[in-house]
Design a protein around this ligand. Structure first.
Ligand SMILES: NC(=O)C1=CN([C@@H]2O[C@H](COP(=O)(O)OP(=O)(O)OC[C@H]3O[C@@H](n4cnc5c(N)ncnc54)[C@H](OP(=O)(O)O)[C@@H]3O)[C@@H](O)[C@H]2O)C=CC1
Ligand SMILES: N[C@@H](CC=O)C(=O)O
Length: 250
């Protein structure tokens, strides 16, 4: 790190430094991230965060606080930042009508399922290898139980449909109960298992779910492997759009 970069472990040093105009929060979790971001916004600082748990849970409150303080609160990296999808949804589809968004929106689970399917690893073996690659949450529980994908679909629904939903409003099923046997059975029938998040407008009502799904081998999404993500949009004018994450984990 360059000598002129000052380091501190005291948040107040950042808060009271009037030369700091932008605060970047990358600690994760709800607390104290929420308090730090709120304090930074109230101090007139712009904030950048990749914290999807926080934005899915307290996003409306924090966005209102940013507006009140005439500050920017940027969180494009919080959901499939490698695509990137939130900015794309807010800019490229402004004149279109989205009726469905679905996809592989968690890299950890896609990696685990790919490794189980292609290398014949057990769930535990695949999970053990995943953290080395850097995209697993500090506590992988949220990834494997589908909660991380659920947070993402909450934020995606807000951008696609303008809804304010919480992860308690819909069914969430993870991959933590899947065994090698399940993957093998799917393969024997010509399918792969993928953890899919979906938000769909059905006759004016929003259907939202996160669950492992069987996809036929020839489906585009079946070919999205390891940590890659893919979002499929169904839109009125442009029909189907596929947005693929091209991030290479190094
Ligand atoms: N990893 C990824 O691919 C992606 C992650 N994100 C999001 O980015 C955020 C960070 O993820 P990631 O980098 O993987 O997480 P890590 O757990 O690897 O890093 C978090 C860092 O924050 C520090 N930290 C945690 N709590 C505090 C605290 N109270 N005060 C000061 N420092 C703290 C940790 O320090 P220490 O280790 O000492 O505890 C650690 O250095 C999360 O919100 C995650 O959801 C978003 C997109 C992709
Ligand atoms: N843990 C997430 C990455 C960060 O949001 C994932 O596995 O996709």
């Amino acid at each position: 790190m360059a000598k002129e970069v000052e380091l501190t472990t005291n948040f107040d040093d950042i808060l009271h430094d009037t030369e700091i105009k932008i605060v970047v929060e990358l600690m994760g979790g709800l607390h104290p991230a929420k308090e730090y971001i709120s304090d930074a916004l109230n101090a007139g600082k712009n904030v950048v965060t990749a914290n999807k748990d926080l934005m899915a849970t307290f996003g409306s409150e924090l966005i209102a606080l940013a507006a009140k303080n005439k500050c920017d609160l940027m969180y494009d990296a919080s959901v499939a930042g490698g695509i990137p999808i939130l900015r794309t949804l807010s800019t490229s589809y402004a004149s279109d009508k989205i009726s469905e968004i679905q996809g592989i929106i968690n890299g950890t689970t896609n990696y685990i399922l790919s490794q189980m399917g292609e290398k014949g690893l057990s769930y535990d073996e695949a999970l053990k290898n995943a953290p080395k690659l850097g995209f697993v949450e500090a506590d992988p529980t949220n990834d494997v139980t589908g909660k991380d994908a659920a947070y993402s679909i909450v934020i995606l629904s807000k951008f696609a449909f303008g809804t304010k939903i919480s992860i308690n409003d819909f069914t969430i099923e993870g991959i933590n109960h899947l065994q090698k046997f399940d993957i093998e059975q799917a393969q024997a029938m010509g399918y792969v298992i993928k953890l899919i998040g979906i938000a769909k407008n059905i006759a004016g009502k929003l259907f939202v779910k996160v669950a492992p799904c069987l996809l036929p081998n020839n489906a585009i999404m079946a070919h999205i492997k390891n940590e890659l993500m893919l979002c499929k949009l169904r839109v009125k004018v442009l029909a189907q759009r596929f947005l693929l994450d091209q991030v290479q984990v190094v």
